[in-house]
Design a protein around this ligand. Structure first.
Ligand code: TXA
Ligand code: MG
Length: 348
């Protein structure tokens, strides 16, 4: 299929209307949001949503997030629980996806047969206008091939999906850079199924005690499934194996350097992911990528996926990353980093 690729600014109404026509005609459109790019299709059409799964190579048991442009969600859910209402008022539009009981208007393929649907109102102007012009909610997973890091730039989307979707529109930057926080608001307490831009601390200010699903920290018992099916898949992994080294700063640096030298003795090439302040400490590594300054975790989050993709452009054999404190946005950063590392963590 020939993919139409256009860069636009959010004021460019004509192009957005064309993209909306593609959605109305059951086609697929990649578009920017404030979190990551989404691969969208009409959420009320099973035939359109099937195309999303094919384009991404996504497993059929992994449900899609339905994106809306306003608060009128009554048609898509059986009820709006009071906790969900509070969260919508506090965090929409924004990087928060809320799970509620689905109505019959949402096709089974969207929720992968689950009784619940995930809803989000994005902040990005392009995304909101596109949904508005299409006149239907838009189902959209991240616009990467299944297993690859989520796309935070138009070039990432082209790398993964050129020839597999009808249209790619780019322009707005993905300020958050990590996918939305996914919460289940169907019970007595809000449960985080995937950490993201709206942090646990922010949620607790609005709804009180908030729980973390065992799947978030990879603490599931044998046979137990995470409640967000997507959390069980290998994800974000660069081609070369990645190991996260945790501990006191000096010990971490010494251990990474020890490993770099060990690799070099075996003629293996290394890459290091660290903060701006410490780039100079890994001079012997074949490649060192800075995520950003220690004092700006929001920027580290926004750069993470791009940095992981950068490693794949070089011929490297072993990758090492420093770790981050799991508070605030750090919880989401470490969640994605651990997945990229296949949970290979070393404490020194
Ligand atoms: O920021 C985002 O959320 C981006 C942008 C495009 O909005 N979208 C995104 O979608 O990250 P995706 O499909 O890559 O991740 C959706 C996650 C998956 O882990 C999926 O299993 C979970 O949300 N999810 C979706 N519907 C669900 C449901 N009904 N119950 C439980 N988990 C659900
Ligand atoms: Mg995804």
């Amino acid at each position: 299929m020939k993919t139409k690729i256009v860069e636009l600014n959010a004021e460019d109404q004509q192009l957005l209307k064309k993209a909306a026509e593609v959605i109305k005609n059951d086609g697929t459109v990649v578009f920017p949001t404030e979190t990551v790019y989404g691969l969208g299709a009409n959420a009320l059409s099973a035939a359109a949503c099937e195309k999303i799964f094919i384009a991404k190579g996504r497993p059929q048991d992994n449900p899609l997030i339905v994106h809306v442009a306003d608060f009128d969600i009554q048609d898509y859910v059986l009820e709006v629980p009071s906790l969900a209402q509070k969260l919508m008022e506090a965090f929409w539009p924004g990087p928060l996806t809320i799970i509620m009981k689905k109505s019959s208007r949402i096709p089974e393929i969207v929720t992968a047969g689950l009784p619940n649907v995930a809803l989000r109102m994005p902040q990005g102007r392009t995304a909101r206008k596109l949904i508005e012009y299409a006149g239907v909610p838009i189902a959209a997973p991240s616009a990467n091939l299944s297993g690859r890091p989520s796309p935070t730039a138009m070039t990432h989307c082209i790398e993964d999906l050129d020839g597999r979707v009808d249209m790619i529109i780019g322009g707005e930057s993905c300020e958050v850079g990590l996918e939305s926080t996914v919460v289940d608001a169907t019970g007595d307490k809000v449960v985080i199924l995937r950490p993201g831009g709206v942090t646990k601390e922010m949620l607790e200010q609005v709804v009180g005690e908030t729980l973390l699903d065992a799947g978030v920290q990879n603490q599931l018992s044998d046979g137990e499934k995470p409640r967000a099916p997507g959390m069980k898949y290998r994800h974000y992994a660069p081609k070369a194996p990645l190991v996260i080294i945790l501990g006191e700063q000096e010990n971490v640096m010494a251990e990474i350097n020890r490993r770099i030298h060990e690799c070099h003795q075996n003629s293996k090439r290394t890459g290091v992911l660290c903060t701006e302040e410490h780039v100079g400490f890994y001079k012997d590594s074949d490649c060192v990528i800075s995520l950003g300054s220690l004092g700006t975790p929001g920027i580290i989050a926004a750069n993470l996926f791009d940095c992981l993709r950068e490693f794949d452009k070089m011929e490297l054999d072993h990758l090492f990353s420093v770790g981050f404190e799991e508070t605030g946005i750090g919880l989401a950063i470490m969640n994605r980093l651990k997945k990229a590392a296949g949970h290979q963590l070393i404490e020194v």
